[in-house]
Design a protein around this ligand. Structure first.
Ligand code: ATP
Length: 215
């Protein structure tokens, strides 16, 4: 999508994650979605204090800095620090409420299939679909059938502009192997798998001696 098309597109993509660390899979997904969906831009929202999982390994400030480095030179991507500005657990429902207030545009919440399948464990998860569309991205190893509550909401990407929230898109054009868990395991003993870390991030990890201890 060129810049003029993107600036007319109505939706803002919201890509939350622990980003512990951000990897090339995250970037490839965001790039593909900019092509496939009517997105003006994508906000990467690192979770300061993710509530639904074990505590991140790298401190929040380092995870944020790595996202900043990775997004350098991508004009349609930006970091949003709203989860660092709030106190308490980083609940996605609060993030969507804050982003809707700030941007006054429809939102598309981007979730890998693993995250989507875990949604019923999230705080006030049923409200999410009242605040945003869902963009569900296929992920190797997570091939479960979609739950019945989401199936009637499924549309093709272009249709997302027909509503303010409540629709869902399943993106099957990607099959990215990267995983932050696998990356952290590799980094404990040596380098990251080739091509998995965005430019600037390997040097940052090295400089700050991240991921060398126990995971
Ligand atoms: P971890 O292994 O620590 O859980 P991760 O690789 O899943 O990390 P996160 O920062 O937790 O990375 O992911 C942020 C979002 O990106 C989640 O919605 C996740 O499902 C999605 N995602 C990450 N990697 C992939 C991938 N390879 N394919 C599809 N979705 C992905």
């Amino acid at each position: 999508m060129d810049i003029s098309a993107a600036s007319k597109a109505p939706l803002i993509g919201v890509f939350g994650g622990t980003f512990d660390p951000i990897h090339c899979g995250h970037l490839a997904i965001a790039q593909e979605l900019m092509h496939e969906l009517p997105l003006a831009r994508i906000l990467f929202v690192p979770a300061a204090r993710p509530p639904h999982r074990v505590a991140p390994v790298a401190p929040a400030a380092h995870r944020l800095e790595m996202v900043r480095l990775a997004l350098h030179g991508h004009p349609h991507f930006a970091v949003d620090e709203c989860e660092y500005e709030r106190l308490g657990p980083s609940y996605t429902v609060d993030t969507l409420l804050a982003l809707r207030r700030r941007h006054r545009r429809p939102l598309a919440l981007i979730l890998g299939m693993d995250a989507f399948l875990g949604l019923p464990g999230w705080h006030r998860w049923r409200q999410l679909i009242g605040l945003a569309h869902l963009v569900i991205v296929r992920r190797p190893g997570f091939d479960a059938p979609l739950p019945s509550w989401v199936r009637p909401r499924l549309v093709t990407g272009g249709k997302l502009v027909d509503a303010d929230h409540g629709l869902a898109v399943l993106v099957t054009t990607l099959d990215r192997p990267e995983s932050a868990t696998v990356l952290r395991q590799a980094l404990r003993h040596g380098p990251a798998p080739a091509g998995w870390l965005p430019a600037g991030v390997p040097e940052y990890i090295e400089r700050h001696k991240l991921y060398r201890g126990d995971d």
